[in-house]
Design a protein around this ligand. Structure first.
Ligand code: HEM
Length: 122
């Protein structure tokens, strides 16, 4: 159940991030709409709450289990790049680059989750 919530919230997080990036690229005013500024935060809180709950049930924690350490590190990079892409980036090119890089990091996190390996491609 928690895993379903976690994975669904992860998919919603990705979809909302891609859509907001497209609006950013097009200069769409939709990016400033109220729900667009609120819903992603609620969803991401749900994603993280389910994650933390699962770590407690599994007795596997970031810091002691490498794959979870990698996921938290990946999440921080994903959030940082996301902020550059949607808020902080000064130049359009930098924002688009950050948007693309954030998506690569997202798929790295998914690969870590599926393989439980911080280096999923080995
Ligand atoms: C954007 C961030 C994240 C994404 C995209 C993501 C994605 C996923 C996916 C796809 C799974 C399912 C793996 C499977 O089917 O076996 C999963 C499971 C899990 N994730 Fe995440 N995750 C993220 C962040 C986190 C964080 C930050 C933590 C911990 C602090 C975490 C902890 C877990 C745990 C404990 C499981 C369950 C493993 C199991 O019992 O099967 N996740 N995650």
């Amino acid at each position: 159940m928690l895993k379903v919530i976690h994975v669904t919230a992860a998919a919603v997080s990705y979809a909302l991030f891609v859509v907001r990036g497209i609006w950013m690229i097009n200069g769409s005013p939709r990016l400033g709409e109220r729900w667009v500024r609120i819903v992603p935060h609620i969803n991401d809180t749900l994603l993280l709450a389910a994650a933390i709950w699962m770590t407690l049930l599994l007795h596997q924690y970031p810091g002691s289990h490498a794959w979870l350490t990698a996921k938290v590190a990946g999440l921080l990079v994903y959030v940082g790049l996301g902020m550059v892409a949607l808020k902080r980036g000064r130049m359009r090119r930098a924002r688009i680059a950050a948007w693309l890089a954030a998506q690569a990091v997202f798929f790295y996190i998914v690969a870590v989750a599926l393989t439980r390996n911080p280096l999923p491609w080995f």
